[in-house]
Each structure stands twice: as structure tokens, then as C-alpha cells.
Design a protein around this ligand. Structure first.
Ligand SMILES: Cc1ncc(C[n+]2csc(CCOP(=O)(O)OP(=O)(O)O)c2C)c(N)n1
Ligand SMILES: [Mg+2]
Length: 665
């Protein structure tokens, strides 16, 4: 850090820099910023800054602490040493942006996020949960009320009668993989080191929180200069145990119908080529979770696409028949296992390759604790010459072409479907098809909640390993726009298509302003269907009659929310934020708008394509199930009928507890 360029040495803290004392006098906030700017990550011999910058929204809790430190950094540090600051519009959103950035960077880089005391900080809680659920690194710096408590209670302080040291920031504890509160400057170094260790550990990573009381942020201290020396954190690739690989290979050789479930760990490890080599050598087919989609490119003979509740019929048929499931980097969420109904062979067993021992134990699988790329490479070698029967491979091809024909029909619906659409609206399948076909292979599609994640999972043809970004660990409405910004900041050479429903848009439209401010080009495809179509369909299937899922006036006659549609104009709303908005009514206009958006300048800010769809045309069926409990007693016939259907489906649910290597049900 000796290269730091200090503008005003008379007032600068670096006056205290001394080779002899070996200390430097800085505030806690200045120390945080200086430390973060000097952290690097490294994997496979490549190094990058661990922090691309710091998002923030200031209030009295951080304006004079971290705010002052970021200002001083911006004015006095060279571009190489700086921790760039970006103003966001909502604290939850800035965490989403950071997390999306980290995902696009394979968890090797992220951002810090500073928020003010109270609501600013608690706004970050949802982002924290999303990061931890998805195992994506982000550093959160919530501000706390005075550590000294001199004038307690201060503005926005939570007073807890039975525990004077509880603050709202304690709510971060269950959501964080590492939490510390720095009440004294002396505590900062160990907090920072613990935070970096966690962020760069592929097993532990997630939200990392260092709570900084507002008075402590401004407190000066003599820090050892070594604290700020550049530091490199190597992101590990743990190797598998030889005995585990031998056992896994023996199970695969003995299996008649093995099937791979590829999860997000394939991407984070960069194991796509290793997976492809494994599949090509063995002929074993692959189904993908949401996070794992794109592990094999569309069109690869072993790529059966999405598996589970929103899966393809090809992957789901093979999953149902599999006698051995090889999970690679998957958490086995309920969507992936179709709530534990996807694997129906009575003798099915599991081999679980995962860097996290926690995940390897799931479904009573054989644990192979290792980096996905390393384990797959070792397994391919151990299986030398082994191949599934030719008939299995023929079956994969037949199942896939049957499914792909359904995708084609969803993307280009036949005249009998389009002719019956209300008001000549487009189907959601047509919208996804147009974007899929007119985007470049490397362009990234971003989505998180509503009916589109499921449709994208089934339908979207992924042609590049980093081109599919659906957040479905937390499935958080409002992630889409800030997430798209994060992807674009991480990967400015790719166009980013943010697919967002009207409901999700209304949750977090304000980050369009951040995209305008930073001139970040994201192409937002805003799908207007006047409410929560996904939950409406779910509600109907569960006997709840689409209750409360449509955006309508309260009807004076009925007293219910079943009046006329609300006169919201989301296109005008987006325009008012400074975005370029293209409104389309038919397929030709949509295609033209996508081309116009792609041709828009790279630094021209967000382009919003507003399209209205007919939500009643569904994507092809997955032949699958998702466990959402239905009321066991009801005065409504619709609910009683749904309960009967629910109990019938529930009968297929299995615990998967048999040990690996055993036979029989
Ligand atoms: C923050 C948050 N609140 C609630 C939900 C539950 N939820 C899932 S999808 C959805 C509706 C999404 O509506 P929209 O974005 O319009 O998409 P559509 O269902 O119409 O496709 C809701 C309320 C959620 N996932 N996230
Ligand atoms: Mg909607």
C-alpha cells in the first residue's frame, strides 16, 4: 500500500505511517476499505481482486464512517488500489447485484455492501439469505447503533428489555456463514481475516457479515501496517479420496441405468469439460438443476436438459428409471427431486460428488467429498473403457427428440393455438423462443421468480456455460433487475436479457435508475400478465381458486379483488426512470425490438421491452410433481378435490434412505 497517493498530508491519517513504529493511524472504516482493496483470490494460477468494489446507501449510521472512508479512498487512491463505490437504490437490491456478480465470476470475485443503521441494514437480510442459500459470496457491512450506548436509544435503535446488547443486526446471524460485530477496533483484524477465509472457501461461502457500530466506524486506531499488505486467498480444489473414487466407479460399473444430476457446483468448479468427457466416455445421460443448467450445451447427445418438477420429459423419464443417480454439485432441492418422487426405481441408489460434505450425505448417497472437476476427472479415469449399453444411448436420443419437438411447438405455436389467444396476445413460450433464437449464444438470460423460471428451465437452449442465470435457490422476486446489473458488470462483453414478470418488476423496479446511473446495458423483457400467473395456476391446482393473485380493483359489488384490471402502465414507469422502452404487441414487433435492443450502445443504459402475454397457454408438461400441502379439511369443494389429488401424488414420495451398494427395495 506504499503506492498510495495521499492528497493532503497535513490532515492525512498516513502522517502516522512510520517504518519504525510499523503502525498506521486510521479509522476503523478507513482500515476496512484499505484492507478490502488489498485482497485477492486465486484459482488455477489466475489471480483477481476479491472485491470489485463497494455498493452502498448512506444514512447517519455510515455516512461519516464508511462513507468518509470511501470518499477518501476515491479521492486519494490510485485506480489499482481503489475500492470503487457504487450508489444503489435499495439495500436488498445491492446485495442481489453483488451476488449475481459473484455467480458470473464463478465465486472468485464479489462486492462489499454498506448500509445505514436499522432499516438500511435489515433491508439486506433477504439478500443475505439468498446468498447463503445459493452458496454465493458477499460481504455485508451493516451499521450498528453506538457501541458506547452513550445516548441510547438512538434513532432506529431496537430496544430489547431483556438484553441490552441485542440489535437488529443479530438477525443476520442465522443468514450468515460468518458473523462478527466489531465493538472495539482491536477486534477488526480477526473479523476481517475470518470473513475473507469464509468468502473464499467453496464449502463455507455465502453471506458474510461484519456489523460495525456507528461510533466504532469513526474511531481511530494505530493498526499494524502488515494488516494492509496484499493478501492472496487460494480457492481450493479438494481432491477426492482414492477409496471413494474406487467405490463410486464400482457402483457405476454395476449400474444398468445410471443418470447424472448436474448442479451449480459443476459451474462454480468450471467442471463442464470434465463432465462432458465423463459423459462421452461412459454414455451416461445428464439432467440439470436450475443452478446446473448449461453444464452440457444444448444438443449434446447426453444432455437431457432440466430434471425435476420443471424438467423435460426426457430427463424425468430417465430419472424415474435410474438405478444409480450420480449427483454432481447439487443440493437436491425439492424442485430437483420433484419432492422426492423423481427417482422411482425401487433399488435406486446415489453417489454424491460435492465439495461440501453436508451435501454428499443427502439421500443416503455414497459421499465423494471433492471439487467437481477433480472428482469427475478421477472417475472417468477409474471407469476406463466402461460404457452404458447402446440401447440406453438410443433411448436417450429418442426421448430427447420427442421433448425437443415440444419445445419447438412452445417456441413457435401452431395456428390453432395462436388463433385462440385473447386479443391476439403472445404466449410466454413465444416470447422466450424469440429471445432464445435472436440472442447470441454467449448472451446471458437472467430470471428468478414467477412462471418464467420453470419455463426457462424446461425450454431454454443453453449454448454457453455462463449463459443461463436463474436464481432458484431463494427464487426471490425482485432479484431480476439488480441481478442483471451484476451479471453485466461482471461480464460486459455479453448482452444480458433480464426476463421479469410484472409482479417481480413491481417489487424492485428502482434499480433501473442504478443501471441508468452506471450506463449499464441490460435488456429487460418485461412480461405483463396482470398479476401472479405462476401462483394463480398453483392456487388453482391446489383448490384455492386463484385467490388474491390477480392485479384488480376491489369490486364494489362483491367486496372482493375481482374488479377490472388496474390501469398500471409499467412501460411508462420504466421510461420515467430513464430507461429506453420499446412496447411490442406482436411477434414481428418483438423480434424487431430484440434486434434494436441488441444494437443499442454498450454504454447506453437499460433497454426495456414491454410485452403483454396470454398467461393461460402453458409450457409443455413435465410429467412431474411438487409437494405443496393442501388443507386437510375444507368447506370448499375445490379444496376437497385438490386434497384427494394431493394424497394420491403424495403416495409416490420416497425417503431414499437405503445405503449405497445394497440391493433391493
Ligand atoms: C419476494 C417474494 N415474494 C413472494 C414470492 C412468491 N411468489 C413466487 S412467484 C410470485 C408471482 C410472480 O409474479 P410475476 O413476476 O408477475 O410472474 P408471473 O407469475 O406472472 O409469471 C410470487 C408472489 C417470491 N418468490 N418472492
Ligand atoms: Mg405476472
Amino acid at each position: 500500500m506504499t503506492s498510495r497517493n495521499v492528497a493532503d498530508s497535513a490532515t492525512s491519517s498516513t502522517v502516522a505511517d512510520s517504518a519504525t513504529s510499523g503502525t498506521v493511524r486510521l479509522t476503523v472504516s478507513q482500515a476496512v476499505v484499505r484492507f478490502l482493496a488489498a485482497q485477492w483470490s486465486e484459482r488455477d494460477g489466475r489471480r483477481q481482486k476479491l472485491f470489485a468494489g463497494c455498493f452502498g446507501i448512506f444514512g447517519h449510521g455510515n455516512v461519516a464512517g464508511l462513507g468518509q472512508a470511501l470518499l477518501q479512498d476515491e479521492l486519494t487512491s490510485g485506480p489499482e488500489d481503489r475500492l470503487p463505490y457504487v450508489l444503489a437504490r435499495n439495500e436488498q437490491a445491492m446485495v442481489h447485484t453483488a451476488v449475481a456478480y459473484a455467480r458470473q465470476k464463478d465465486r472468485l470475485q464479489t462486492w462489499a455492501c454498506t448500509a445505514s443503521v436499522g432499516p438500511g441494514s435489515t433491508n439486506m437480510l433477504t439478500g443475505a439469505a439468498l446468498a447463503t442459500v445459493n452458496r454465493l459470496p458477499v460481504l455485508l457491512l451493516p451499521s450498528g447503533t453506538f457501541a458506547t450506548r452513550v445516548a441510547t436509544p438512538v434513532l432506529q435503535e431496537l430496544e430489547t428489555p431483556y438484553a441490552a446488547d441485542v440489535t437488529v443486526n443479530d438477525a443476520f446471524r442465522p443468514l450468515s456463514r460468518f458473523f462478527d460485530r466489531v465493538n472495539r477496533p482491536e477486534q477488526l483484524p480477526s473479523a476481517l481475516l475470518g470473513a475473507m477465509r469464509t468468502l473464499t472457501d467453496p464449502v463455507e461461502t455465502g453471506a458474510v457479515t461484519i456489523a460495525l457500530p456507528q461510533d466504532v466506524q469513526a474511531e481511530a486506531f494505530d493498526w499494524p501496517v502488515e494488516l494492509f499488505a496484499p493478501r492472496v486467498w487460494r480457492v481450493a480444489r479438494p481432491l477426492p479420496e482414492a477409496a471413494d473414487i474406487a467405490d463410486a466407479a464400482a457402483l457405476i460399473r454395476a449400474a444398468r441405468r445410471p443418470f447424472v444430476v448436474a448442479g451449480g457446483g459443476v459451474h462454480y468448479s468450471g467442471a463442464e469439460d470434465a463432465l462432458r468427457a465423463f459423459c462421452e466416455a461412459t454414455g451416461i445421460p445428464v439432467g440439470e438443476s436450475q443452478a446446473g443448467k448449461g453444464s452440457l450445451p444444448h444438443g449434446h447427445p447426453q444432455a437431457m436438459g432440466a430434471v425435476g418438477s420443471t424438467g423435460t420429459t426426457a430427463a424425468n423419464t430417465l430419472a424415474a428409471e435410474a438405478d444409480l443417480v450420480i449427483g454432481v454439485g447439487t443440493r437436491y432441492s425439492d424442485f430437483t427431486t420433484a419432492s422426492r418422487t423423481a427417482f422411482q426405481d425401487p433399488g435406486v441408489r446415489f453417489v454424491n460428488i460435492n465439495v461440501a460434505r453436508f451435501d454428499t450425505g443427502k439421500l443416503a448417497g455414497l459421499p465423494v467429498v471433492a471439487d467437481a472437476r477433480e472428482a469427475l476427472t478421477a472417475l472417468t479415469a477409474a471407469l476406463d473403457g466402461h460404457r452404458v449399453e447402446a440401447a440406453c444411448r438410443d433411448r436417450q436420443a429418442a426421448l430427447w427428440s420427442a421433448w425437443d419437438a415440444q419445445v419447438e411447438a412452445a417456441y413457435n405455436p401452431p395456428a390453432e393455438v395462436t388463433g385462440a389467444l385473447s386479443d391476439g396476445l403472445l404466449t410466454q413460450g413465444t416470447v422466450l423462443g424469440c429471445v432464445n433464437e435472436l440472442s447470441d449464444p454467449a448472451d446471458v438470460v437472467v430470471c428468478a421468480a414467477g412462471s418464467m423460471p420453470g419455463d426457462l428451465h424446461k425450454l431454454w437452449r443453453v449454448r454457453d456455460r455462463k449463459a443461463y442465470h436463474v436464481e432458484y435457490g431463494y427464487s426471490c422476486m425482485g432479484y431480476e433487475i439488480p441481478g442483471g446489473i451484476g451479471v453485466r458488470l461482471a461480464d460486459p462483453d455479453r448482452d444480458v436479457f433480464v426476463m421479469v414478470g410484472d409482479g417481480s418488476f413491481l417489487m424492485m423496479p428502482g434499480e433501473l435508475v442504478t443501471a441508468v446511473q452506471e450506463r449499464v446495458k441490460i435488456i429487460v423483457v418485461l412480461v405483463q400478465n396482470h398479476g401472479f400467473h405462476s401462483i394463480g395456476s398453483l392456487s388453482e391446482s391446489l383448490g384455492s381458486q386463484r385467490f388474491g393473485t390477480s392485479y384488480r380493483y376491489r369490486n364494489e359489488a362483491t367486496g372482493r379483488l375481482d374488479g377490472d384490471r388496474l390501469p398500471v402502465d409499467l412501460a411508462a414507469g420504466a421510461r420515467s426512470f430513464g430507461a429506453t422502452v420499446l412496447e411490442v404487441r406482436d411477434r414481428a414487433e418483438l423480434e424487431q425490438a430484440i434486434k434494436t435492443a441488441k444494437a443499442a450502445p454498450a454504454d447506453g443504459g437499460p433497454v426495456v421491452i414491454h410485452v403483454e402475454t396470454d398467461p393461460m397457454v402453458h409450457a409443455p408438461d413435465s410429467d412431474s410433481w411438487w409437494d405443496v400441502p393442501v388443507s386437510q379439511v375444507s368447506e370448499l369443494g375445490s379444496t376437497r378435490r385438490a386434497y384427494d389429488a394431493y394424497t394420491a401424488s403424495k403416495a409416490a414420495q420416497r425417503p431414499y434412505v437405503a445405503p449405497p451398494g445394497t440391493t433391493g427395495p
